[in-house]
Design a binder for this molecule. Structure first.
Ligand code: HPA
Ligand code: MG
Length: 225
């Protein structure tokens, strides 16, 4: 059992992946041959990501479905989750009489070198977010580690006085943290291990992998800067 318990502010909870879960063998799935030997196991298969994202889209529609929203996609790690989440929200809009006009804006955060978080956080593309004033904002992140990045981003976005800010994170790592910065919508709660795939990188590698996987020690050595 995990010794750190996460609490989210809303939504329908999350799928919890325990610390002692070994993951799926890579042999059970297909993945790019250029990553053979670089990965240890599959933590979340692509199909499961898609199914969970569909449910998150429904939760978001239930909460925000009667207002226009501005989606703030946090690059680069959040691009795939954001694209799929927006697709699922669009599908809900097309197939019911509830529909939300959505705008998508992209910002870029950078704070990792190899598998370590660095102190200096860079926010690019967020200089003038004055168009957020009075809007419902959905921040979409691929992964939340310590939550420090998200906290800094929330502070930055709040300064532009949106009507409401919600956060969707596909993955939240189980690390000791200040719980005030957790997302409202969480796909999966995962052990505190470095994961890659589905747009999450290790020094820019592995974004072209569909599943979320744990990198192997030899993979870390191979792509280390
Ligand atoms: N993988 C990729 N990027 C990250 C991670 C991770 O586990 N944690 C924070 N940024
Ligand atoms: Mg990264």
């Amino acid at each position: 059992m995990a010794d750190v318990v996460l609490q989210t502010k809303g939504g329908s909870g999350r799928i919890v992946i325990d610390d002692d879960w070994p993951g799926y063998s890579l042999d059970l799935f297909s993945y790019p041959a250029h990553y053979a030997g670089d990965l240890q196991c599959v933590v979340v298969p692509h199909g499961v990501i898609m199914d969970r994202t569909e449910r998150l889209a429904r939760d978001i529609m239930d909460d925000l479905g009667d207002h226009d929203i501005v989606v703030l996609c946090v690059l680069k790690g959040g691009y795939q989750f954001c694209a799929d989440l927006v697709d699922k929200i669009k599908a809900l809009s097309c197939n019911s009489d509830r529909t939300i006009p959505m705008r998508v804006h992209f910002i870029r955060l950078k704070s990792y070198l190899n598998d370590q978080s660095t102190e200096d956080l860079h926010i690019l593309g967020a200089e003038d977010l004055s168009f957020l004033a009075g809007k419902n904002v959905l921040i979409v992140e691929g992964i939340i580690g310590t939550g420090k990045t998200l906290k800094a981003l929330l502070k930055h976005v709040e300064a532009f006085q949106p009507k409401m800010i919600k956060v969707a994170g596909l993955l939240v790592k189980r690390v000791p943290r200040n719980i005030t910065s957790l997302p409202d919508y969480v796909g999966f709660e995962i052990p505190n291990r470095f994961v890659v795939g589905y747009a999450l990188d290790y020094n820019e590698y592995f974004r072209d992998l569909n599943h979320i996987c744990v990198i192997s020690d030899s993979g870390k050595m191979k792509y280390k800067i």
